[in-house]
Design a protein. Sequence first.
Length: 124
Amino acid sequence: MTFSARFLGVLIGAVIVTGAGLAEADDLVLDCRVHANQPDHGRTDWRRRLVFPSSSHMVEIFDDFGDGFKRRDSYRVQSMKPHRITLENRGGKLAYLDGETHTYHLRDAPRGFTLDGPCVRAGR
């Protein structure tokens, strides 16, 4: 993958220059190619963008089903540990980034839905 073992440090303090008008220059932006275990909105594969604003412990989520990124959600990051950044953990829904494999994982138990895929830093 294109981001290194300094994964946590990058999330906390890196300066990333991004395009697409979705983020400020100081935000960390990750693009993930995700695969769903069942179709979501009629799609099984798409791009998910995670934006970590440098000024907060928030994550903003955008999905691109082929017609550009559309904002999906935003919420406070639950925890930042060296090998896992937990983005969401509530109501049977768990979303996190694995710091070793650089993979995004989402498990939505109530819906029986999973979403997984590798992530890379966006722009430069």
